[in-house]
Design a protein. Structure first.
Length: 274
């Protein structure tokens, strides 16, 4: 358990026990709940939260992602969008309501397979707070997922790749200036010795995040052709994410408002009956 010593007593840093991504998730959900309460005149925060949770579970979309969309989507800011762009690595991006998690999982599987790597992650910019969140992962320990769950600056290969929209190769994480001493300790304990981070940039040049493959040995052999292939797949995914946020998320936001409005009507009917 994380803690610090002051004299002969030990005090515990409770925030260290909570993954950073959970802290920003709670803030995002609270913002969406407040928005729903204001828009629909809902006095009970639990009722607004249930509207979010219902749609999140119905369409298998992360509550954090849905909440960010509810907080930021207005009818006046919506744009029309055509059919889903084809993905170079997956066939699961089409349909009426494709699952974002499926597409990210397919990108990660493709990345790990290209380099025969033991671990990897897809990290995307949070729509509300701007930092990088781990959205899909394979072969990573709980300690790694906790420590790197949300990154606000360039303190990792993935964060640097995202900020500069360039491929970042780290042959030895133990001596990389990208990482702090604490980061290096976590990487060492998790068996990560080297990394390759590839940015995800759409056709407008927006940096969505990065896909990272991780190696259990220093200075791994990396096929340049595989890097180019992954770069193409990552950009393909970024273009699809852009389409998803324009075409799919507004419909999910509408669904949240419909559930919230129905809850208000149901409560009003119950009050009249009583």
């Amino acid at each position: 358990m994380a803690g610090v010593h002051i004299g002969d007593e030990q005090t515990f840093n409770e925030s260290a026990l909570v993954a950073p991504v959970n802290l920003i998730s709670h803030a995002t959900v609270r913002g969406a709940v407040a928005r729903l309460q204001d828009d629909h005149g809902i006095a009970d925060a639990d009722t607004a939260f249930r509207a979010l949770l219902t749609v999140s579970q119905r369409y298998d979309v992360k509550l954090r992602h849905l909440s960010a969309a509810v907080s930021t989507t207005d009818a006046a800011t919506r744009t029309t969008s055509g059919p889903a762009p084809a993905l170079s690595f997956s066939l699961r991006g089409r349909g009426d309501a494709p699952k974002r998690s499926d597409v990210l999982a397919d990108l990660l599987t493709t990345a790990v397979d290209l380099f025969s790597a033991p671990a990897g992650a897809v990290q995307l910019r949070d729509a509300k707070h701007g930092g990088l969140c781990i959205e899909s992962h394979a072969g990573l320990t709980e300690q790694f997922r906790h420590h790197f769950s949300y990154l606000e600056d360039e303190g990792s290969a993935a964060a640097y790749a995202t900020a500069h929209c360039e491929v970042v190769r780290v042959d030895d994480v133990a001596v990389s200036p990208l990482y702090s001493f604490i980061d290096m300790e976590v990487l060492a304990q998790c068996g990560v010795r080297a990394e390759l981070a590839v940015p995800m940039c759409d056709e407008d040049g927006r940096n969505w995040g990065a896909v990272t493959v991780m190696f259990d040995s220093r200075r791994p052999r990396v096929d340049p052709f595989a890097v180019e292939m992954l770069h193409g797949h990552a950009d393909s995914c970024a273009q699809w994410l852009r389409w998803y946020d324009q075409a799919v998320m507004p419909r999910l936001v509408d669904a949240v408002h419909e559930v919230a409005a129905a809850s208000v009507e149901e409560a009003a009917g119950t009050a009249v009956s009583a």
